[in-house]
Ligand binder design. Structure first.
Ligand SMILES: Cc1cc2nc3c(=O)[nH]c(=O)nc-3n(C[C@H](O)[C@H](O)[C@H](O)COP(=O)(O)OP(=O)(O)OC[C@H]3O[C@@H](n4cnc5c(N)ncnc54)[C@H](O)[C@@H]3O)c2cc1C
Length: 324
């Protein structure tokens, strides 16, 4: 539906992943009224869970770890609210691997609750219109914003900027164009008997084609036996265009010794932008100071949930400074 008078907002945040949601929460706590838009039907981005019948799968991020006091404190707060719990501890006892309760999407759903979030809003272009930005969406809507924070994977953000003819400083364009991601083909299979994956419910592999095999029942998120398989980046790249059902069958065959049961049903999800390959030294990037245009996400803070969180917080701080 086309809409000729654009909706107006103070700060538009593109992407309701952990970076966008934590940036929005921080800005809202400081008195701003951000609007978060996401192309998806739900919030969370790569913090993703799916149900197949009575099976539940985390098929994106598997756990959250905290090396920084700010995220560690937030995880403790979330534990108090029953949103996360320990999945297991690493070799050093303080190294906790957290999981979501009942599954990973509990976290983004909780964060989104007090925020103004609009879903199924795929931004196709961003244009500069004098002192503000004009965001154009696939459904024909436009949103005018005084400031914009982009948190989609960098190639997707760059495509929106190019579609709207936003001029970028050559050095910044170069930095953005250098960001590359590893893909990940993920298989979710429902089993009709317990898997043979040992406690606490995962195996990491060094060799192709499987990087990670997790038992969602042993993890505590699925009522029935359900495994998540993540293919390695190399396998995912070289088989990206193969038939997805065929990929599922092949990876389940490779995983068979640890499944111990015939899969009753499976689905495949393809993460094109699973993890950024580079670690940047800047937690976010100011692409334009006035009107403010910033870019954040795990490509800036580091290729983990924690990196995305730190990047979102850094972007919120930078936006507050620019709005002063
Ligand atoms: C398979 C897999 C396993 C992983 N395992 C772990 C793990 O165990 N531990 C860990 O810490 N990290 C893990 N990660 C990495 C972690 O999930 C990410 O680093 C983090 O979730 C990224 O958050 P983000 O907010 O930067 O981006 P995202 O979560 O990708 O959020 C970006 C959002 O932008 C939206 N978007 C994109 N384009 C548009 C558009 N045009 N218009 C509107 N919205 C748009 C997307 O829908 C998405 O919701 C894993 C990732 C994958 C894929």
């Amino acid at each position: 539906m086309s809409n000729t008078s654009p909706q107006k907002t103070d700060i538009l945040i593109v992407g309701a992943g952990i970076a966008g949601l934590l940036a929005a929460a921080d800005l809202q706590a400081s008195g701003f009224q951000p609007l978060v838009v996401d192309k998806g039907r739900g919030v969370g981005g790569r913090l993703a869970s799916r149900r197949i019948g009575s099976a539940t799968f985390d098929h994106g991020a598997q756990f959250i770890t905290a090396r920084t006091p700010r995220l560690a404190a937030l995880l403790n707060e979330w534990q108090g609210l029953g949103l996360v719990t320990e999945w297991y501890r690493g070799t050093s006892a303080e190294h906790i691997y957290w999981r979501g309760v009942p599954s990973m999407t509990a976290i983004p759903k909780h964060l989104a609750k007090p925020l103004n979030v609009r879903l199924e809003m795929k931004m196709t272009a961003l244009q500069q219109a004098d002192s503000h930005w004009l965001a154009i969406f696939e459904n024909g809507e436009t949103i005018a914003a005084n400031a914009v924070l982009l948190t989609a994977p960098v190639p997707q953000s760059l495509a929106m900027l190019d579609a709207g003819g936003v001029a970028l400083e050559a050095s910044k364009r170069e930095q953005l164009e250098a960001v590359d991601y590893e893909p990940c083909l993920a298989v979710m299979a429902v089993l009709n008997a317990p898997s043979k994956i040992p406690e606490p419910g995962f195996i990491r592999f060094d060799e192709r084609p499987i990087a990670w095999l997790a038992d969602n029942h042993a993890k505590g998120i699925s009522a029935v036996s359900a495994v998540t398989i993540h293919a390695t980046p190399a396998y995912s790249s070289s088989h990206w265009d193969d038939d997805r059902q065929e990929i599922g069958r092949r990876l389940l065959e490779v995983a068979a010794p640890w499944l111990g049961a015939e899969p009753a049903e499976f689905q495949v999800h393809a993460w094109r932008y699973a993890r950024p390959k580079v670690e940047r030294d800047q937690p976010c990037l100011v692409l334009n100071p006035s009107p403010p245009l910033l870019i954040a996400g795990d490509a800036f803070g580091g290729p983990r949930v924690e990196g995305a969180a730190l990047s979102g917080w850094a972007a919120a701080k930078a936006l507050k400074e620019l709005q002063r």
